[in-house]
Design a protein around this ligand. Structure first.
Ligand code: HEC
Length: 135
């Protein structure tokens, strides 16, 4: 189990180095489509669509990485000033947590909480876009 965790960690580190601007744009488009599916699922009261959208969003947000330069930046002060890695991880974690709320709450019929989680996700998308759209 521990070996598996290490292997996964290693592979994610290795993959992270290959995460390009194109990959990021693709994942962003996947997330936009996922958000739209969730919303349509809300309106049509279609749980399958909500679940599908939330899973796809959760899957994509975990792949999002800031550009490589910061990870490779040797000067800690510059790294600290950029903070894109930390910023990204923080937002991604919040978005992922909220997708879980949507998955759980909508299934239970608690649409109000599901919609609130959706709105929070939207806020997080915009929070990043307003600050680092031009990575
Ligand atoms: C941590 C930062 C960050 C978060 C969080 C984030 N984005 Fe983005 N997004 C970006 C950046 C940076 C770009 C510009 C990518 C580029 O052009 O290189 C972008 C671009 C986009 C685009 C345009 C892609 C294109 O075709 O050019 C869409 C759509 C998008 N984001 C949707 C979303 C949605 C939906 C969410 C929330 C679920 C989200 N983003 C969350 C950073 C973020």
């Amino acid at each position: 189990m521990k070996n598996l965790a290490i292997a996964l960690l290693l592979s994610s580190v290795l993959f992270a180095q290959d995460y390009t601007k194109e990959d990021r744009i693709k994942d962003m488009q996947i997330m936009a489509a996922a958000m739209s599916n969730i919303e349509t699922g809300f309106f049509y009261n279609n749980n399958d669509l909500v679940q599908k959208g939330a899973l796809s969003l959760s899957d994509a947000i975990r792949r999002i990485e800031p550009p490589l330069e910061e990870k490779e930046e040797k000067d800690p002060m510059t790294r600290y000033m950029n903070e894109k890695v930390k910023f990204t991880n923080k937002l991604a974690k919040k978005i992922n947590d909220k997708t879980k709320v949507i998955i759980q709450r909508f299934k239970e019929g608690d649409t109000a909480q599901a919609v609130q989680a959706y709105t929070k996700i939207m806020t997080k998308c915009m929070e990043c876009h307003s600050q680092v759209r031009n990575w």
